[in-house]
Design a protein. Structure first.
Length: 609
């Protein structure tokens, strides 16, 4: 019976120990209990479990900015018993004032308890004292707090400080549902305000809201330290100084200017003149902007709000001369004032009759003059005429919204009426595929007939020759037959030699046009034929007898060429689409530089030489 109770007691002890492990939870606590506007918050999370799990800080991002994190581990051994503790220290900056909650943070299977705190306004006396030495100003460059979605909002923030500021750090600009672009570098200068001289750091931005409704621009927060007992801080801006005071003031400016500190902290100069210091927090005002949706009266295909629109057409400076089958390139550069390059929609290019149109992928960038941004979009279009005569290239119309006049406008690139001349070697009433490109290489009849035209078969004899004698006639006939046979063989040999030495004279642009048309028609056999011909004409010194050799030699476009080769030879080949190869040819295929000769191996050539 005692044994039975001993077993139960042992089981109870084991259950209590296992329950103690299960009840173990992580702890979270703050560095202080009272917080004012702009004060940084230090959150510490601890656990005594040896775990490799990391805390999930995502719930903190709703009401706080995470300024930084650090981790530490500690093992203590007291009287032979060891204890373990792992800590995470998180620096937080509240996004809003009022009553906030630090939510539960999970670490593996553990979880901390939520913490409630209140962010109060700075006491008036602290604000007044701080504002004597540090001020933060912010404003938007619009007359009213109303804008359209994607329209730029000029935003300026200024930090004003005197020699009392030992160090400082400006919080980054973070606006939800908006694109932020800084305009140039920050500006530094000095001003006199209320009889005091202040150093100024000015930063300019443009904010482009991506969503209609209320846009909240949070206040800019500056935290740092102010020097105490600085006899210079309350002196007027203009006074006479002796040489010693002048040098002290000079070094104070360098020592206390955040430009010479590391991220507005950690002065490079000693605190020889500063003595003790105290922390400070200065904030600008928050700004709310009403973002209007796309107006109902806007009828354009793509929303384009801007202050001004302009387009440069490369043909205006150099009008093209069109010929059938020969490609020409046109460059359009669109500039939108008040928009980033990434916000400009792609231009729609109309297709003219009698021409193929191949637009390339547009390139975008953003520029600034220090006051506003300019979005740039560059688009290259290749036109290939396929018939001679008159051709009309339609105008390009772009609908946009003038944010100044608040009305829709249309920018028009004028139409072009041009004349297409006949091609150099192709019948312009037929397509490139119908043209007999081999006529220039196979016409050798004149070479063969030339030697024969010099010979006359001696089949007729004069009457006087027959009278002279049959002996002379017979002898002459034999000599003539022998001579005819010798010249016949000589002419055939010369014709074969000239045929082998005939020079292939074909315009690579004609072959390229035929290649592009084969890609459009998804004709893999014609595409392979014209691709090899074009490559051999483009790189006559390279040994390119099949698609495998070409794919091994090129620096770009290898995948498109190999896909064409697989569609021709692979047993499980699927239907071939020529779009990828066409785009690669339009962009330009280049051979690899200084590449060793490629060994001809693999698949047999489709069109052997």
């Amino acid at each position: 019976m005692y044994k039975k109770y001993l077993i139960k007691f042992t089981f109870l002890i084991a259950l209590l120990l296992s329950s103690h492990v299960a009840w173990a939870t992580a702890k979270a606590f703050l560095n202080q209990t009272t917080f004012y506007e702009g004060d940084p918050i230090t959150l510490t999370i601890e656990t005594d479990n040896k775990t490799n799990a990391q805390p999930d800080f995502t719930p903190l991002q709703r009401n706080f900015d995470i300024l930084g994190t650090s981790t530490s581990s500690q093992i203590n051994i007291i009287n032979g018993r060891s204890s373990f503790k792992k800590s995470w220290i998180i620096e937080l900056q509240p996004k809003i004032k009022g009553k906030l909650e630090i939510p539960a943070i999970t670490i593996g299977k553990e979880s901390t308890a939520p913490i409630t705190l209140t962010i109060a306004d700075l006491p008036p006396e602290i604000k007044a004292e701080t504002s004597k030495h540090v001020m933060v100003e912010s404003n938007i460059g619009t007359n009213d707090n109303e804008t359209y979605v994607q329209q730029q909002i000029p935003y300026t923030v200024k930090l004003l400080y005197d020699a009392s500021m030992v160090s400082g750090e400006i919080s980054p600009l973070n606006v939800e549902n908006a694109v932020i672009e800084q305009l140039g570098d920050e500006k530094r200068y000095q001003i006199v305000k209320a009889g005091k001289r202040f150093n100024v750091i000015e930063k300019n931005f443009v904010i482009s809201p991506e969503k209609s409704g209320k846009l909240h621009i949070p206040p800019t927060v500056v935290t740092g330290r102010l020097a105490l007992n600085n006899g210079q801080q309350n002196q007027p801006a203009r006074r006479r100084m002796d040489p010693t005071d002048f040098m002290n003031s000079f070094f104070d400016d360098f020592r206390n200017d955040p430009f010479f500190n590391d991220s507005f902290g950690g002065s490079l100069f000693s605190n020889r003149r500063i003595g003790q210091s105290k922390p400070f927090t200065a904030t600008s005002k928050a700004i709310d902007v009403n973002v209007l949706p796309v107006p109902k009266e806007f009828s354009g295909k793509a929303w384009l709000p801007a202050e001004a629109i302009s387009i440069q057409d490369s043909w205006r400076q150099s009008p093209p001369e069109l010929k059938v089958g020969e490609p020409v390139t046109r460059t359009l550069v669109l500039q939108a004032k008040g928009l980033a390059g990434s916000q400009i929609p792609e231009i729609t290019i109309p297709k003219p009759d009698g021409m193929k149109v191949y637009p390339e992928t547009a390139k975008t960038e953003t520029r600034t003059d220090g006051k506003t941004v300019y979005g740039i979009q560059e688009l290259k279009i290749t036109y290939i005429p396929n018939k001679k005569g008159k051709v009309s290239i339609p105008p390009i119309k772009i609908d946009w919204w003038n944010v100044k006049s608040k009305q829709q406008q249309t920018y028009t690139v004028p139409a072009w009426n041009l004349n297409v001349a006949p091609g150099s070697a192709i019948d312009n009433n037929a397509t490139v595929d119908d043209a007999d490109l081999n006529n220039n290489t196979q016409d050798t009849d004149s070479t063969e007939e030339a030697p024969q035209s010099e010979l006359k078969e001696p089949t007729k004899q004069s009457a006087s020759g027959l009278i002279i004698g049959s002996v002379i006639a017979g002898t002459g006939l034999i000599i003539a037959l022998l001579a005819y046979w010798w010249f016949k063989r000589k002419a055939a040999s010369v014709a074969d030699s000239n045929t082998q030495k005939a020079v292939i004279k074909v315009d690579p642009n004609e072959i390229k046009t035929a290649l592009l048309r084969a890609c459009d028609n998804n004709d893999k056999h014609a595409a392979a034929k014209y691709l090899l011909q074009w490559a051999q004409l483009t790189w006559p010194d390279a040994t390119i007898n099949n698609l495998g050799a070409l794919a091994a030699r090129v620096a770009n476009g290898k995948e498109a060429i190999q896909a064409l080769e697989r569609s021709l030879y692979a047993s499980d080949a699927q239907q071939w689409h020529g779009q990828a190869l066409k785009e690669q040819v339009m962009q330009g295929i280049q051979l690899e530089k200084d590449q060793a000769p490629v060994r001809q191996a693999g698949l047999a050539p489709l069109y052997p030489t």
